[in-house]
Design a protein around this ligand. Structure first.
Ligand code: PMP
Length: 364
């Protein structure tokens, strides 16, 4: 559905339909001949790629008669963004919401959740996923005790990857297909490489399914997992299991069912560090003007490493018109109180212009 030119019925109709934006400064700086394209998901109504699955899971549950307005209490363990999408959908549709959120997740996410009317229960970040104290364990306890409590369960719900197979993937394919190849901007007309960071794995598997089934079976799909998480394959990549990391929304201490159902869709995995991710966020903000969050940095830094360090990547990097699409899941406004963000902005070295301003502003 187009976003402009017509009145939308509610905010849920402004979920998705996000732009695919050329990252030309970065491509030029890195000496790439391929096109580097960012799918910018913070422009969705709730501010992240997870709006799509929240909307899909709620609408599917409604169709199945599982939700009763005024009675149902939607309970969901999440790193925040799925919660924000659910709280937005439920505010519109009249369901109560409880979100269980590990302590490490930002204050901004909790504030957005509360603003949308959700209750938020914080849980210890270090609790193992299958312990009663984890965000998953607490959600299960609440569901047992609360009448009309329902967990839509993004870790298992088929509508999670399906939402991306039906929306995110086709939007990317359409943008790449309809944009003409010109002498100035050559294009293969295909998605040649798709890169996305993984939490539940719904985004990467759903998009991969859409691209490989309907568009380009030879597309190379690369998934990104933070150091400290166990999602990557082969398992030998996961050398530092359990080491805490700051970047939010990606990686787990277990393999979600959504991901384990279709591991074959992902051609290769890369591990990334917080430092690499945050530096890449800075580059995306400063050179492309994109206000993206931490996991977008993970995706960009992984992309650069894949293009430089693998044989296939080096070939693609030097192929005129090859399209490399990077999924950028959420925005920096989710993270503005985080020390890593303050360090790169409010506490950064003053620029030369700051000295000029200080001189002008000095009282005579
Ligand atoms: N980045 C952010 C900021 C997220 O919130 C999520 C969802 N947890 C992801 C990436 C990964 O998305 P998915 O769960 O679809 O793998």
């Amino acid at each position: 559905m187009p976003r402009s030119g017509q009145i939308l019925e509610n905010a849920l109709e402004a979920v998705g339909n996000t732009p695919l934006i050329r990252l030309s400064k970065i491509a030029q700086h890195e000496g790439l001949k391929c096109n580097l394209l960012g799918k910018v998901e913070y422009m969705s109504a709730g501010g992240s790629v997870k709006d799509r699955i929240a909307k899909a899971m709620v609408e599917a549950a409604e169709k199945e008669g599982k939700l009763i307005p005024g009675k149902s209490v939607v309970i969901e363990p999440t790193s925040g963004n799925t919660g924000i999408g659910l709280a937005m959908a439920c505010a519109i549709k009249g369901y109560s919401v409880i979100i269980t959120l590990p302590n490490k997740m930002s204050l901004e996410k909790e504030a957005s959740l509360r603003a949308l009317g959700a209750e938020v229960v914080r849980t210890p970040t270090e609790a193992a996923w299958d312990s009663p104290e984890s965000h998953i364990g607490v959600a299960l306890t609440l569901q047992k005790e609360i009448p009309y409590g329902i967990i839509l369960d993004q870790y298992r719900n088929l509508n999670n990857p399906l939402a991306h197979e039906l929306t995110t993937g086709p939007e990317i394919i359409e943008a790449v297909t309809i944009t003409p190849s010109t002498a100035a901007r050559p294009s293969s007309g295909k998605v040649d490489v798709m890169i996305a960071s993984a939490g539940t794995g719904g985004t990467v598997t759903g998009i991969a399914r859409a691209i490989k089934k309907t568009h380009n079976p030879d597309c190379i799909v690369v998934a990104v997992d933070p150091i400290g998480s166990v999602l990557a394959l082969p398992e030998t990549l996961n050398t530092d299991n359990g080491i805490p990391y700051v970047v939010e929304g990606i990686g787990y201490d277990f393999i979600p069912e959504v991901l384990s159902r279709e591991p074959g869709l992902i051609d290769s995995w890369l591990k990334t560090s917080d430092e690499q991710a945050f530096e890449a966020v800075r580059v995306l903000m400063r050179t492309e003007g994109l206000l993206v969050g931490g996991s977008s940095g993970s995706a960009l830094t992984a992309t650069m490493r894949w293009l430089k360090e693998t044989k296939e990547g080096r070939r693609i990097a030097q192929t005129e018109g090859a399209n490399v699409v990077i999924l950028l899941p959420d925005g920096i406004r989710n993270y503005m109180s985080k020390p890593w963000f303050l360090k790169m902005t409010m506490e950064a070295e003053p620029s030369p212009l700051a000295g000029v301003i200080a001189k002008i502003m000095k009282p005579a």
